[in-house]
Design a protein around this ligand. Structure first.
Ligand SMILES: Nc1ncnc2c1ncn2[C@@H]1O[C@H](COP(=O)(O)OP(=O)(O)OP(=O)(O)O)[C@@H](O)[C@H]1O
Ligand SMILES: [Mg+2]
Length: 288
């Protein structure tokens, strides 16, 4: 049975797609057969993995609205063992069409049932919103991966996302876990970056991945060539950091106890008990 991860953060441009594409590519390379599901109408994960959106006849849209099985329309990529369930702008319409459907939150979960038997890993890239598409991703997920940028406003977004994950647990999917928080575009020379990282580590000691992703120009170039970083520039710092992160993810997977944190609510209570007086009011930003 595949392990299903969603890469989620309703904040735009924090590195969700970059993280989803590159973790998926490394998993396919050294861990097992991997399906990258592009659940964003922008289709960035589709093109970043080398699948042209123009050539996509059937997409995740048909999977969600016409009950087309996901396994029947996946596309191969130039990375062995990495397949993509593509997306294009038609997916934007799914949001509206699904509203009147029965069990609309479980459409993706149902559609991936067969794929779970075929793949070792399924990675879902989500849109920058807490929409029905993102709820579908969470309902289909074993563990959520949360990329965040080390900025003040990142913490406000994190708080909102954790509340949504709680709601999904209570109403749709009690086994949903948080796989971890990933710091993206991290620059150790910036004081604010370090402050935010330390603050989040203090509140979520077992959730933050040890390996951070630095800002690296090769990572931002790779999508325009339709290549994951391990194909575009395997010796770049961006590639090495995503490789290390993926290995850490696999290790966590083996030693499940590190990621099994119980209800998110417990963390919120813990934060309330430990108000941060110094720093730049980051605890307030968490609104917890
Ligand atoms: N570590 C990095 N170093 C440099 N550039 C990066 C890095 N990670 C992502 N980028 C660039 O930042 C931009 C946003 O990244 P990405 O598309 O992965 O974010 P996203 O969260 O998926 O965005 P959206 O919310 O629009 O889906 C892209 O241009 C990407 O190439
Ligand atoms: Mg994206």
């Amino acid at each position: 049975m595949a392990k299903v991860y969603s890469v989620c953060n309703q904040k735009g441009g924090v590195g969700k797609t970059t993280t989803a594409v590159n973790i998926a590519a490394f998993l396919a390379t050294f861990a097992g057969k991997t399906l990258l599901v592009d659940l964003d109408p922008q289709g960035n994960a589709t093109s970043a993995s080398g699948v042209s959106k123009d050539q996509v006849d059937s997409s995740v849209y048909e999977v969600l609205t016409d009950n087309v099985p996901a396994v029947s329309i996946v596309k191969e990529t130039r990375i062995k063992g990495l397949h993509v369930l593509p997306s294009n702008t038609s997916l934007a319409g799914a949001e509206v069409e699904l509203v009147s459907e029965i069990a609309r939150e479980y459409k993706l979960r149902e559609a991936l049932r067969e794929a779970r038997e075929v793949y070792d890993y399924i990675i879902i890239d989500t849109p920058p919103s807490l929409s029905l598409l993102t709820i579908n991703a969470l309902a289909a997920t074993d563990e959520v991966l949360i990329p965040i940028q080390c900025e003040y406003f990142a913490l406000e977004g994190l708080s909102q996302l954790l509340k949504t994950i709680d709601l999904v647990r209570v109403n749709l999917h009690p086994e949903l876990k948080i796989g971890g928080i990933i710091f993206t575009m991290y620059d150790s020379r910036l004081i604010l970056n370090n402050e935010v990282l330390e603050e989040v580590k203090e509140h979520f000691p077992n959730l933050v991945f040890e390996n951070t992703i630095p800002r690296n120009v090769r990572l931002s170039e790779a999508p325009s060539h339709g290549m994951p970083i391990l194909f575009y520039d395997p010796t770049s710092t961006g590639s090495l950091s995503y490789e290390k992160l993926t290995r850490e993810l696999i290790e966590r997977n083996k030693g499940e106890e590190k990621t099994d944190q119980g209800p998110v609510q417990e963390f919120k209570e813990e934060i309330q008990c430990q108000p941060q007086t110094q720093n730049v009011g980051l605890a307030e930003a968490l609104e917890l």
